[in-house]
Write a protein that binds this ligand. Structure first.
Ligand SMILES: Cc1cc2nc3c(=O)[nH]c(=O)nc-3n(C[C@H](O)[C@H](O)[C@H](O)COP(=O)(O)OP(=O)(O)OC[C@H]3O[C@@H](n4cnc5c(N)ncnc54)[C@H](O)[C@@H]3O)c2cc1C
Length: 531
């Protein structure tokens, strides 16, 4: 069963290795352990539903609680601290397109706000219920999750939008295909959610971001159904897929989704390389990205992240041996940066691409540690989010933020983001541990993905205030640097104040008009993406 107040399956627990715990105590102090607000208290507090009766709608309090939030840190703080105030009036679990249309008709008739709910893994407040006079319906796509069609000839598959990553990939794999879209939330996030938030998978350098994988589909809007056929390519005016991508539930409910699929590759290879310093490492991956070598992923950790990841990884003996090897090869412990580089394709292709890449990386003093680090990463990549539960239970909050900038700004933007985050904790006389990696690397620039950890404070209100201060300082820094406010998580409520800086006033009014055109009564997930 899914945890009601944390990440993932409640039977899975990931331990924090002793070195990891020691590191956090040293950097932040002993965690401030807080008791969780009990489920029963929430259940008793859920107000009577304002919705008229409908056979497809449940008003069960637990169901309503489960659909009142996503997985952002503010969501967690309000859930685990008991400050969550607003809940949907009901949850609908349609299983056919006709039921979805019926529910939108019902919402029109009774002036009901509708929040499409995919996997519930949003990290920017997309699913928060806002105070208002109108009743709120969470429209969950959980039961709308079947494979409708698969064309091995055209390499296209059509799924219902609520299918979760793991189910989708299992069904494709059983037929010899893969989608290759692996966000870290893969187990619990849905196909419709990926499209609606413009998600990016860990091996997007090979398979493409969701915008390259989303071939077409159907969006049920309050104005009617928008149907987008899966052309291999088209020059017929603006591409309507791009109004669905990133629409965050504002324009309607994505029902059918047509995706581009691939044959299961012969080889999916990830290796580890260490560099003596950030400058060497950054220049190396920038050169690699510019050289046109088709890697499947590059994940370059700065020295703070390298040190933290090695401490959190466990595998003490292996890491001690590796450190000895690296020292002999001229990689100092302090300042070293770890990079994971992956290749996908036939055995021959992978061998050649790997050789070409490593000859470039060696020019920047890169030292390969082989495939073991890659294997450890592959095995643990979907388990790492469970560490958030463990850390919270030990009294620490963890959050991440991300942007993308052009290469000329990558190093300075990363440094500035980390600096302002560290400074933001000064009013509380508390420390924050910050580290970053470049997670998706392009020829023109890179995404920057920053993680920060700090101690919980005595009250949820104060923990939230700490988070807000950090988030604001980091977001302002991103905007000042000319970065995007989100490379992969979307806008929701947390990034809304910074969207205009990116889109400009003409762009904002175009988006606003589009929302107004398809949803004139502002019933679809209002106040997310923009006001
Ligand atoms: C631990 C963790 C790791 C993560 N890692 C990544 C990562 O590597 N890459 C990445 O891109 N993101 C990542 N995310 C963020 C999140 O998983 C993505 O934003 C994901 O795309 C959300 O999908 P979902 O199905 O959970 O959508 P939800 O959270 O349910 O909804 C998100 C938004 O999409 C809308 N929506 C959902 N389904 C539909 C639909 N069918 N029609 C219309 N609108 C819809 C909702 O209304 C809402 O506005 C991570 C999140 C967590 C918690």
């Amino acid at each position: 069963m899914q945890r009601w107040n944390g990440w993932g399956d409640d039977t899975v627990h990931v331990d924090l290795p002793v070195q990891g715990h020691n590191l956090l105590c040293e950097l932040l102090g002993k965690g401030n352990v807080k008791a969780d607000y009990p489920l029963e208290k929430f259940i008793n507090r859920i107000p009577t539903s304002r919705l008229p009766h409908h056979t497809l709608i449940s008003t069960n309090p637990k169901e309503r609680l489960d659909h009142s939030h996503g997985q952002s840190l503010p969501d967690w703080i309000s859930l685990r601290g008991g400050t969550l105030q607003h809940f949907p009036d009901g949850v609908a679990l349609p299983s056919t397109p006709e039921e979805i249309i019926e529910l939108l008709d019902f919402s029109e008739k009774h002036n009901v706000v509708v929040i499409p709910f995919g996997g519930g893994t949003s990290v920017v407040g997309h699913l928060q219920v806002q105070e208002g006079d109108r009743p709120v319906l969470s429209l969950s796509l959980k039961r709308f999750n079947r494979l409708i069609d698969l064309s091995p000839t055209s390499l296209l598959a059509t799924f219902e939008s609520g299918v979760l990553g793991l189910d989708l990939e299992t069904q494709l794999m059983a037929r010899g295909f893969t989608f290759g879209h692996y966000p870290q939330s893969f187990e619990f996030s849905s196909l419709g959610g990926w499209v609606a938030t413009r998600s990016s998978g860990q091996q997007s350098s090979h398979y493409g971001r969701i915008e390259q994988l989303f071939a077409g589909g159907e969006l049920v809007t309050p104005k009617g159904i928008l149907r987008i056929p899966p052309f291999p390519a088209s020059a017929a005016g603006p591409d309507l897929r791009h109004i669905v991508l990133g629409s965050e539930g504002r324009l309607g409910v994505l029902t059918k989704v047509i995706i581009r699929i691939s044959h299961i590759p012969e080889k999916d290879d990830v290796s580890g390389v260490f560099f003596p310093s950030w400058d060497h490492a950054k220049d190396a991956v920038q050169t690699l990205a510019g050289a046109g070598i088709p890697f499947s992923m590059i994940r370059l950790s700065n020295s703070a992240e390298t040190m933290t990841n090695l401490a959190l990884a466990g595998h003490e003996k292996q890491i001690a041996l590796m450190r000895r090897f690296l020292r002999l090869r001229g990689i100092p412990e302090k300042g070293a940066c770890m990079c994971l580089v992956g290749f996908i394709g036939t055995k021959r292709f992978v061998k050649t691409a790997r050789r070409e890449s490593f000859s470039i990386l060696r020019q920047y003093k890169g030292v390969s540690v082989g495939k073991e680090m890659g294997e450890i990463w592959k095995k643990s990549r979907f388990r790492m989010p469970y560490l958030r539960n463990t850390l919270w239970d030990m009294g620490y909050a963890v959050d991440t933020l991300e942007t993308a900038v052009t290469w000329n700004k990558v190093a300075t933007t990363m440094e500035e983001i980390e600096k302002v985050i560290k400074e933001s904790m000064a009013p509380w006389n508390e420390k924050v541990h910050v580290f970053s990696h470049l997670s998706h690397v392009y020829s023109t620039g890179s995404s920057i993905y920053t993680t920060f950890m700090f101690r919980l404070s005595d009250t949820p209100e104060e923990t939230l205030a700490r988070w807000k201060t950090i988030k604001k300082a980091a977001s302002q820094t991103i905007v000042k640097a000319g970065g995007t406010i989100s490379h992969q998580h979307g806008v929701g409520v947390d990034h809304k104040p910074y969207l205009e800086a990116e889109k400009g006033s003409v762009g904002m009014s175009a988006i606003r008009q589009l929302c107004f055109h398809l949803d004139p009564e502002k019933r679809m997930n209002p106040n997310k993406l923009l006001d």
